[in-house]
Design a protein around this ligand. Structure first.
Ligand code: TRP
Length: 452
């Protein structure tokens, strides 16, 4: 190996790793996407399959991805190349890293549009329009907002500029410190919304919708969506957890840290669902409202609570912070690639990737208005970008990581890196990443394609 390994700084403690990894995992995926996908795919059965995917596929792959990162200690593409060299495997493995760079770029293009909605609602929620708002008016306001390419475009632009500012200035460290306070605050706000939902009159129906599985409502594609959401929400399959792993000190337990990050991520998603669905039923709305779900339901709660406008502003501000920590992690690989491998300086790399992402994001902006009928095989631009990333690229990336960690890397190496005290735990992990994850993902793909 002639390649010089980067000398990396390390996390001061296990807590720093857990907070940073949770900061990238917890984002719009938990609060905006999980409830709307659960609503679109029939509720309980979707949630159950999602949880199964998190436990049987997500956790083992998160352990594998963190482990590869700590062993390689470089950016994902170079880590894959180094580890492949170490295991005398094909250097083609570096393309697994590439897949992640492209997926992150594509995800950010629409992530920014939705984060822009949260910014817009932060500024709107204290207007008189939202006072004691009912379901019909809340829906109407959202439809009006969504129908304007200019509005959506402006907020998308502002979010992208904010993200690229953070990335180009390299001030994401400050953001991470800030998110130590933001994440607990977000949890608290969600809990208060949950209490509100309990008294909304729709709690029983909301909980039944979320937790009573009715498998007749779940399609093969719905199962694939649940799998994709598990990867998306945990931020797996694209090398970003690998980056965090590369800073993890050698004596920290990878398995335990991964479990904690997964538990935090799942908790936030479930708490968001528990806050939203009772409101949906109490106000006679339909759970399958699509991407507008939280923007149509939560303002009803804010409009009715005493001091709700202030609480609403706090909520949307916290979503903004949760989104921007994820956004920075989504685009960083593309910026790093352009500046390390293409010889651009960091500002230029930021400019190119930011503008590229912004342009692609316009496709999502227009999917909600002037291009809402421009479809290919029944899907809008937004739906295509989302499907290609969450349902294809992330699961494929994740399975490549699983295969690499369990079939290519030697057992001695993975055992030494994971340092699990109980050999049965190592054995269980090995079975999950070797067989369960790849076969499970393959079966879900075949099922969604209608082959089985
Ligand atoms: N997990 C993030 C969320 O739930 C989205 C995401 C997917 C992500 N892949 C990522 C964030 C990689 C950071 C890095 O909102």
């Amino acid at each position: 190996m002639t390649e010089q390994r980067f000398v990396h700084a390390q996390w001061s403690s296990r807590l720093a790793f857990i907070l940073a990894a949770s900061g990238s995992a917890i984002g719009l995926g938990n609060i905006w996407k999980f409830p709307y996908l659960a609503g679109d795919n029939g509720g309980g059965a979707f949630v159950l399959v999602y949880l199964l995917c998190v436990v049987a596929i997500g956790i083992p792959i998160m352990i594998a991805e963190t482990m590869l990162g700590r062993r390689g200690r470089q950016s994902p593409i170079n880590t894959m190349r180094t580890l492949a060299g170490e295991a005398k495997a094909s250097s083609l493995w570096r393309y697994a890293g590439w897949l992640g760079v492209i997926a992150g770029f594509m995800i950010l293009s629409y992530y920014s549009v939705i984060a822009g909605w949260a910014m817009a609602y932060f500024f709107k929620i204290n207007s008189a329009l939202f006072e004691h708002i009912d379901a019909a008016n809340s829906t109407r306001l959202f439809e009006y907002f969504k129908s304007s390419p200019e509005f959506l475009g402006i907020w998308h632009t502002l979010f992208m500029v904010a993200t690229m500012f953070v990335v180009s200035r390299g001030v994401s460290g400050g953001l991470e410190r800030l998110s130590r306070f933001m994440m607990p605050a977000l949890l608290l706000v969600l809990l208060i919304l949950d209490v509100y939902a309990m008294n909304s009159g729709g709690f029983g129906r909301g909980m039944a919708f979320l937790f009573n599985p009715d498998f007749s409502k779940l399609t093969g594609e719905g199962v694939l969506v649940a799998l994709g959401q598990a990867f998306f929400s945990l931020g797996l399959g694209m090398g970003s957890i690998m980056v965090y792993g590369s800073y993890l000190p050698p004596d920290v337990s990878i398995a335990r840290s991964s479990l904690l990050v997964t538990a935090a991520d799942t908790l936030v998603a479930l708490l968001a669902g528990i806050a939203i669905f009772p409101l949906v039923f109490a106000n006679g709305l339909s759970p399958s409202m699509g991407p507008g779900l939280i923007f149509e339901t939560l303002p009803i709660a804010f409009g009715q609570m005493p001091g709700g406008w202030l609480f609403g502003m706090l909520f949307f501000a916290l979503i903004f912070f949760a989104a921007i920590t994820s956004a920075v992690a989504l685009i960083e690989p593309a910026v790093a690639f352009l500046s390390e491998n293409q010889g651009m300086n960091r500002e230029k790399a930021c400019l190119y990737s930011g503008v590229g992402c912004w342009l692609l994001g316009l496709g999502t902006v227009f999917s909600f208005n002037i291009w809402s009928e421009v479809k290919w095989l029944g899907k809008t631009v937004y739906e295509w970008v989302d499907m290609l990333t969450a349902e294809i690229m992330l699961p494929v990336g994740g399975v490549l990581i699983a295969i690499f960690a369990s079939w290519v890397m030697t057992r001695a190496d993975s055992e030494a890196e994971l340092k699990l005290h109980d050999p049965r735990h190592y054995q269980a992990w090995l079975i999950l990443v070797r067989y369960v994850a790849p076969i499970g993902v393959a079966l879900i793909f075949l099922d969604a394609l209608g082959v089985i």
